[in-house]
Design a protein around this ligand. Structure first.
Ligand SMILES: [Zn+2]
Length: 75
């Protein structure tokens, strides 16, 4: 997996977020893989060997969580 730099993170999120309700860069989420509260705008993007891009936990590559592993804070 290769990290790619995103210039406009809000635009990237709008275009690539897999769920209907858009995230804001200032939203806080809990990553269930590393257990940490993360700020959405700190997300990293990694591209795999097939060219697919993944919105990953700010703690990547130490954490293998992606955007689908983020839950509302407090749950
Ligand atoms: Zn994580």
């Amino acid at each position: 997996m290769t990290e790619i730099k995103i210039g406009d993170k809000q635009k990237y999120l709008l275009e690539n977020y897999p769920f209907a309700e858009p995230l804001k860069l200032t939203d806080k989420k809990k990553c269930i893989h590393c257990g940490e509260i993360i700020t959405v705008g700190d997300f990293k993007v990694f591209k795999d060997a097939f060219g697919d891009e993944y919105i990953c936990c700010p703690n990547a590559p130490d954490c293998d969580g992606t955007v689908i592993d983020w839950i509302p804070v407090g749950e």
